[in-house]
Design a binder for this molecule. Structure first.
Ligand code: ZN
Length: 269
């Protein structure tokens, strides 16, 4: 059995984290408790949402690659930039798809009825305390064929993303692999779009499935993959950070992880 196969098998025996217990595990993964949060009320003083585990030591430092990612994202000499971007996107997609393949059995319509990347309600500070405000930006919607924005369960959303990216990668007109074939003029906008959707998949897995990633002891691998993805996206201006910003404009969810890694010197400022 392959490494990923055995991980998958061990995950099927993983107990699901209990709801609303006082242990750090469930307290820091709001996906399991969002629906039981009280309605937003300006008078109810609430403590700040606990920090997600992926921002806590030692998990935030866990990595396969030590040091700054700048060197591994630099375009090698004599390589066409489009070729370099295409190869890297292919690698990010393949790696993320493998992770998702292992985590997919935990990402169901029941566990993840929305494609979320953060708590639906976030605490906002007001002079007399906290109140909870809705944070709809971290619930990603899918644009369907009629150009309508629709809410989908996370597994459906991710399936759409992965199938769409796979089809693009297989399309010789979109991602040419044969020598002498030019990249299409819309290649930069296509890869930006791909990057945006892959970022959402990363964001959902960090937000909703970090307990499973820890259970598999895969956090060094997953962190390194994501840090590489962020470093590459920053270098080639492929990242769209509005998906990881809260209502106040501050970064939230995996955006906070990005900020933390910048402070730690893992990623460029
Ligand atoms: Zn999920």
């Amino acid at each position: 059995m392959s490494f990923l196969g055995s991980l998958s098998r061990s995950m099927s025996r993983a107990p699901r984290p209990p709801r609303r217990s006082t242990t750090p595990t469930s307290a820091t993964f709001p996906s399991n408790s969002t629906e039981s949060l009280p309605s937003p009320s300006p008078t109810s003083a609430q403590p700040a949402t606990p920090k997600p585990l992926y921002l806590c030591s030692p998990f935030v430092e866990a990595a396969l690659v030590k040091g700054n990612f700048k060197t591994i994202v630099m375009q090698p000499k004599y390589t066409d930039i489009m070729e370099w971007v295409a190869v890297n996107i292919f690698e990010f997609y393949q790696n993320l798809n493998q992770f998702y393949g292992v985590l997919a059995e935990c990402c169901t319509q029941q566990s993840c009825p929305a494609m979320s990347a953060g708590p639906q309600y976030v605490p906002s500070r007001i002079p007399r305390g906290y109140f909870l405000t809705q944070n709809p930006r971290l619930n990603y919607t899918w644009i369907n064929q009629d150009r309508k924005s629709v809410q989908l369960p996370a597994p459906t959303y991710i399936d759409y993303v992965m199938t769409w990216v796979q089809n693009l990668l297989d399309d010789e007109n979109a991602f040419p692999t044969k020598s002498g074939r030019d990249f299409p003029s819309n290649f930069p906008s296509t890869v930006k779009h791909v990057y945006r959707q892959l970022l959402r998949v990363f964001a959902h897995l960090y937000h909703a499935h970090y307990p499973q990633i820890l259970h598999l002891r895969s956090e060094p691998h997953f962190n390194s993959l994501f840090a590489h993805f962020l470093a590459f996206g920053k270098e080639y201006e492929l990242l769209d950070v509005k998906d990881i910003k809260g209502q106040s404009g501050a970064v939230v969810g995996v955006g906070a992880l990005w900020e933390r890694w910048k402070e730690m010197g893992i990623l460029e400022q």
